[in-house]
Design a protein around this ligand. Structure first.
Ligand SMILES: Cc1cc2nc3c(=O)[nH]c(=O)nc-3n(C[C@H](O)[C@H](O)[C@H](O)COP(=O)(O)OP(=O)(O)OC[C@H]3O[C@@H](n4cnc5c(N)ncnc54)[C@H](O)[C@@H]3O)c2cc1C
Length: 479
């Protein structure tokens, strides 16, 4: 099929022909119906257009495509599962870019159960890697609600966090080696499965979290862990965020690193889920202002941690940190509790306009952040429905004020920048970050300039200029 002439297309036909030849007939599309969803973000807040999506089958084809783009000055947008939340994986609407999708690069190259590593192509879906590790009796712990669609190349490029960071670290901590196609088309083979390698700069760290602006990750060596044989999951009602942190201290003092996940959920978030996501019941008989979803896991026999968790909850109840709790009797019940947490982003989409924030502060400031942000927003926008939830164990909160009931979507949408200012100024005052795990993309690129020092911005720009001097690798994102 020919490129759609009604859509913008400023990539010369000769360049498109060379790209087609580099990847073969299965390796590209110019069909507008196939292209359209790839140019649109999950929340539909970013839309652009490209005349062609290339889908190379392997690293050599990626290198060939990038070399053509470098020679002809054609900008590229690397794309994995397109679940990113900051506009990083969508093109601009000029028609001057192409999307380079890793979808066809989905091979697990090697699993080494002695070294506890797996070497995988960038286009492997995260859930399929969890399954591959599990089949080898190992755990690959990266876990997030988009795991059925997002790809490991995208996870590494955004340095994804998710629900198990407390125990295993974020994506950056799970990588030993990378293979990258540089913006000039050269391949850097850094696929080393080494836990110790002090031979100069740790180059892989440049590309992790770079959101496709410094090169295209084509493969990675990932760390594997023993599969937990015992998992206890509890949903715990707490009076306030400060109490949740006391409970976290109690839990880590008792079981250390076995606290695998610790998620805060405000009651309003549960109300949004109950109203908008079918089949999710209220988890406790009574309603409470705040909840924690806590997971503790280890290597012992089934239920070997149950008494410990019951003891923790009992101690918390006596000291007023815990108001009520449900401890899952089995994995299915545990997963049902996780479903509540994982349904929150979707549920909030049905509640009109909200201004999403993905912020972090030191744990000791998190209760203060929520209280002060709630007060400032209520003063500025009477009736605003603030929702706080997320990875409180990592100091990371998704803080999403939703429009007051009865207000027009467009009216609250106009306040986007002003709401950002209130929240991000407070985050800056508390020494926090305006993007804990989602990245900058286009959504927070200019916002980051406001809060990062000139020296920090200068260093980032210096790296970009050194690796991508003609700015063809995901231009307009991050820096
Ligand atoms: C329901 C839902 C829940 C989510 N929960 C979380 C969460 O808990 N924690 C979290 O951190 N994120 C979360 N996200 C955000 C998103 O899933 C992650 O950012 C994910 O890592 C993106 O992976 P992807 O393959 O979809 O990347 P994409 O969206 O395709 O790309 C993301 C960025 O990486 C670049 N990129 C993609 N592949 C490559 C590559 N091979 N080489 C170089 N650059 C590349 C793109 O250009 C873009 O800038 C969630 C998203 C959704 C929709």
């Amino acid at each position: 099929m020919q490129a759609n002439t009604e859509k913008p297309n400023t990539v010369p036909a000769a360049v498109l022909e060379r790209l087609k030849a580099a990847v073969g007939p299965k390796g590209y599309t110019t069909d507008p119906d196939e292209i359209a969803p790839l140019c649109q973000s999950w929340r539909d807040n970013w839309r652009g257009w490209v005349p062609m999506v290339v889908r190379p089958a392997n690293t050599a084809e990626v290198a060939a495509v990038v070399a053509i783009c470098a020679e002809t000055g054609t900008p590229m947008v690397p794309q994995g599962g397109n679940t990113g939340l900051t506009g990083g994986s969508q093109p601009h609407d000029t028609g001057a870019e192409i999307i380079l999708s890793t979808t066809r690069m989905n091979r697990v190259r090697e699993i080494d159960t002695v070294n506890n590593t797996m070497t995988v192509d960038a286009g492997c879906i995260l859930a399929s890697l969890q399954d591959a590790a599990s089949d080898a009796d190992r755990l690959f712990p990266l876990s997030l609600a988009a795991e059925g669609s997002c790809q490991i190349g995208g996870n590494l490029s955004t340095n994804a966090g998710g629900t198990q960071v407390l125990r295993y670290g974020n994506a950056r901590n799970l990588v030993l080696g990378l293979e990258v196609v540089l913006p000039d088309g050269r391949i850097w083979d850094g696929l080393r499965g080494l836990r110790k390698d002090n031979t100069g700069y740790d180059l892989k760290q440049l590309f992790i979290g770079a959101e496709g602006t410094l090169g295209i990750i084509t493969a990675a060596v990932l760390k594997l862990f023993p599969k937990p044989t015992e998992i206890q999951t509890a949903l715990v009602a707490v009076p306030d965020p400060a109490a949740s942190l006391s409970l976290l201290s109690r839990a880590t003092e008792a079981v250390g690193e076995q606290v695998t996940a610790f998620e805060l959920i405000q009651r309003r978030a549960i109300d949004f889920v109950l109203s908008n996501v079918p089949g999710v019941p209220d988890p406790l008989e009574q309603s409470y202002p705040w909840y924690v979803l806590m997971e503790i896991s280890g290597q012992g026999p089934p239920d070997s941690l149950r008494d410990t968790v019951e003891g923790l909850l009992g101690g918390g109840l006596e000291d007023g940190e815990v108001l009520d709790a449900v401890l899952a009797a089995n994995r299915a019940q545990g997963q049902a509790l996780w479903k509540i947490r994982e349904s929150i982003p979707e549920a909030q989409n049905h509640e009109g306009q909200s201004v999403k924030h993905d912020v972090s502060v030191p744990l000791s400031r998190i209760a203060e952040f929520i209280e002060r942000a709630d007060q400032a927003l209520a003063a500025a926008y009477p009736g605003v429905r603030c929702v706080a939830f997320g990875h409180i164990g990592d100091g990371n909160i998704h803080y999403n004020p939703a429009q007051p009931l009865g207000e027009r979507v467009a009216d609250f949408a106009k306040e986007y920048g002003a709401v950002n200012r209130i929240v991000h100024d407070l985050i800056s005052e508390l020494n926090g970050s305006i993007s804990a795990e989602h990245g900058l993309g286009r959504l927070r690129r200019d916002e980051a300039r406001r809060y990062k020092s000139d020296v920090e911005m200068d260093l980032m720009q210096t790296l970009k200029d050194a690796l991508d001097p003609t700015n063809i690798m995901n231009p307009g994102k991050v820096v």
